[in-house]
Design a protein around this ligand. Structure first.
Ligand SMILES: [Zn+2]
Length: 76
């Protein structure tokens, strides 16, 4: 087994462990979001896109699309 190969395995395991952590964290996030009433919302660009969406101010969950007046307010 070459040194290079060992490093590749190491990287693979690290990524696997990071993926596991992300999974646990996102489940925790979903759980928190499910206990939220989404009383207040804010307009924000969806990650990596130029689509404007409506998110809960408190838990950051996507709650829908903004109205024309909310878009106008957001852009000014
Ligand atoms: Zn919420």
């Amino acid at each position: 087994m070459t040194k290079q190969y060992v490093m590749e395995i190491d990287k693979k395991q690290k990524i696997q462990s990071l993926d596991d952590q992300i999974k646990v964290l996102s489940e925790e996030k979903v759980l928190l979001q499910s206990t939220c009433n989404h009383n207040e919302s804010k307009v924000k660009f969806e990650n990596g896109t130029n689509t404007m969406k409506l998110y809960c101010k408190e838990c950051d969950k996507e709650v829908g699309y903004p109205s024309q007046s909310q878009i106008k307010e957001f852009l000014t």
